[in-house]
Design a protein around this ligand. Structure first.
Ligand SMILES: [Zn+2]
Length: 417
């Protein structure tokens, strides 16, 4: 079987044929060139208007990189025709294996983008002997295609989340769809302003926007404002994940302040490596860690006190009746307000001022699972942390859409990866 025969099976073009196939001597890597010719009597298509037009002349042959085979780099070689178009003037013809001035074939770009879902961009570049930029551009192409072709209808529940970002904007705003059977990233924007979130609602039709039934978010005021303004019909839930995250941050602050104080007073830095012990829920601790935690508890430190408050608050989520939950919330906040734990008191005050939205959790129970936003948040963080080697906000945004947005792809006659 010849290479041409295989190519005709996996990548067939109606108006073009594969001609000579040659091994390239003296190339830095093993390389094969496959020449392409237009079919006899096949007339070129204008890239401006997409109409068949009379040929004008031919440009010198160009190489287009295709999917590598057995570690061999494959190039298509073709001399582009120019057309004389009454509408567009003199234009280069349109060819089916690539668009514009790209030197990578479209199939190869989808191939690289497919691998970039499983490996870091650097790994993809290394594996297929190409550059990081080529991988980035391929992923970007896949994302643009996917975003242009995705459907945004029947969105029942969304989760609004923010992620810290180390360069450029300090935060990214993310919006997920969190319906049963459809969990995906819908939107990424810079910062966490009202504008960041309003941009999301702008891409929805009024019908879809007013059809949203549940919104989960944290207590960030600009988000609350925009959600009330754009999705007033929805049950707005301050969800478990975000509330517990806030409490985790408060415990962190108490611990840091206490460690500082103890050190100043000349005590052993017992809290130094205890952060994870305090943040972990009790049943997740190993035996060894349980011993260390009980040693720590002997000190009756503020960190421990706030840890116990947090541990106690977990009971809140177990309530079936909103009325009892509300009562518990009131008591918990009262107890917290009597302590000297400033960061925890701040959480209690925030909880009290958002009481109705927090109690909505019980109205949405069974519809919004607390793990959903958390799971997506973990994946998003992982995507950002993974060694993609990106430096720009644009690359981060592209990577998030690529891995989390569940974007559609064209149907291929043959899947290369
Ligand atoms: Zn034209």
């Amino acid at each position: 079987m010849q290479l041409k025969t295989i190519l005709n099976r996996v990548e067939n073009y109606k108006s073009f044929v594969y001609a000579n196939v040659r091994w390239v001597n003296g190339a830095s890597r093993p390389t094969i060139e496959v020449e392409i010719q237009p079919r006899k009597n096949g007339r070129p298509i204008c890239s401006g208007c997409g109409e068949v037009r009379p040929g004008y002349d031919r440009l010198p042959p160009r190489r287009f990189e295709f999917v590598p085979l057995w570690g061999i780099t494959i190039f298509f070689v073709y001399a582009m025709r120019r057309v004389d178009c009454p509408q567009c003037g003199k234009k280069v013809e349109k060819v089916p294996w690539c668009d514009g001035k790209n030197h990578l074939t479209t199939t190869y770009r989808w191939f690289l983008a497919g691998w970039a879902k499983r490996l870091s961009w650097q790994d993809v570049a290394r594996s297929f002997h190409t550059s990081w930029e080529n991988v980035f551009r391929s992923v970007k192409h896949a994302v643009f295609w996917g975003v242009a072709h995705r459907t945004l209808d029947r969105i029942g529940a969304i989760g609004v989340d923010e992620i810290q970002w180390r360069k450029g904007p300090r935060f990214l705003t993310l919006v997920y769809q969190i319906d049963d059977g459809m969990k995906r990233l819908l939107w990424v924007a810079r910062e966490r302003t009202e504008k960041s979130l309003r941009g999301f609602f702008d891409i929805l039709s009024d019908e879809v926007r007013t059809g949203i039934r549940f919104v989960a978010s944290d207590m960030w005021q600009p988000y609350l404002n925009v959600i009330a303004e754009q999705a007033g019909q929805a049950i707005h839930v301050l969800d478990r994940f975000h509330i517990m995250k806030k409490m985790g941050n408060a415990i962190d602050k108490v611990r840091a302040a206490e460690a500082r104080r103890l050190k100043e007073d000349g005590y052993e830095p017992v809290l130094k490596r205890s952060r994870w012990l305090l943040l972990k829920r009790r049943h997740n601790l190993t035996d060894n860690e349980t011993v260390r935690l009980s040693e720590l508890l002997k000190y009756n430190l503020q960190s421990v006190e706030s840890h116990l408050l947090r541990e106690d608050f977990q009971r809140f989520w177990e309530y079936k009746s909103p009325a009892w939950a509300d009562k518990f919330l009131g008591q918990w906040c009262e107890r917290t307000m009597r302590t000297k734990l400033e960061p925890m008191k701040k959480v209690a005050r925030t909880l009290l001022s958002h009481r109705p939205l927090i109690l909505n959790w019980f109205r949405a129970k069974g519809t919004i699972s607390s793990g959903t936003v958390e799971g997506l948040n973990v994946k998003a963080k992982l995507t950002l942390r993974k060694a993609y080697g990106f430096r720009t906000y644009e690359a981060a945004e592209i990577a998030l859409y690529h891995t989390l947005a569940d974007l559609p792809e064209p149907t291929f006659t043959h899947r290369f990866c």
